[in-house]
Design a protein around this ligand. Sequence first.
Ligand code: ATP
Length: 292
Amino acid sequence: MVKPIKITHVSKTFGKQQVLDDINLTIEPETIYGLLGRNGAGKSTLFNIITNRLPLTRGEVTIGGQSVTNNDAVLNRIYLMSEANLYPSRMRVEDIFKLTKQLYQGMDEKLTQSLTQQFGLNSHARFNKLSTGSRSIMKLIIALAVDVDYVILDEPTLGLDANHRRMFYDALLDSYAKRPRSFVISTHLIEEVSQLIERVWVLQDHRIMIDETTEEMLNKGYAITGPINDVSTYTAGLNVIGHEELGHLVVHYVYGDLDNDRPIPDTISISHIDLQRLFIYLTNQEVAKVEN
Ligand SMILES: Nc1ncnc2c1ncn2[C@@H]1O[C@H](COP(=O)(O)OP(=O)(O)OP(=O)(O)O)[C@@H](O)[C@H]1O
């Protein structure tokens, strides 16, 4: 049975710079996570720690009670796709596929072939001759075809055009349906993945600010629109994470419960907001705060 990955009290400093502070997360089997955070928040650092590519300063990462540190048996169950190029630069794509198959427990050759064809990737090409997008495509094919229990995708769609991104999301869902396993995806294209991810982690100020299902999170986000006085009266005391002016009207963005006892004036309208907007306001340093 596949065991969860437990990230317990993980902190990381580079010299005097604190990047991660007391991170506690669980990656459950067969679940798709989105790790969101602004540039430099520490997403790649966390992924590199989970896969033992970087040492942690404090805490531990375990699978089924076993530490991942220098533990090839458990590390073999996790595949990290990142910007880093770990392949010999002159190696041909087809040979990289073969090498990966040897390094891990195996690789779905049929899927590799069909995705290579679907994405129009030249498998005879040498890695250093591939465009940025084609390098991403090659790595994504490996990530979807390799036989592991955990796939970590660090900005997987870097350099991919909109059609290829759509193809990738479809391929991911297809592959997940055929062989359920865990995916952790970090991306700045939040709206594009909001349909894929079941649980959202937001990394902000070195810590996990949000660890909720996508549905829970979306249910807590509101836009309250109307004349300024009515909106301000209605949202007084609520967790307002941002505001915008729309001509004579204002919008207050609220994260958390609305007060059901509060009368709603006819002049205001209340609607839910999308994940991207929620993220933007929650991680905007000037106004962000989250009620626990
Ligand atoms: N090897 C390293 N040595 C020193 N500092 C580092 C190292 N790796 C990352 N950092 C620093 O740690 C911080 C977090 O970087 P990281 O790449 O993890 O962020 P990120 O959330 O993945 O960012 P982005 O979304 O921009 O890719 C940054 O300030 C970065 O400069």
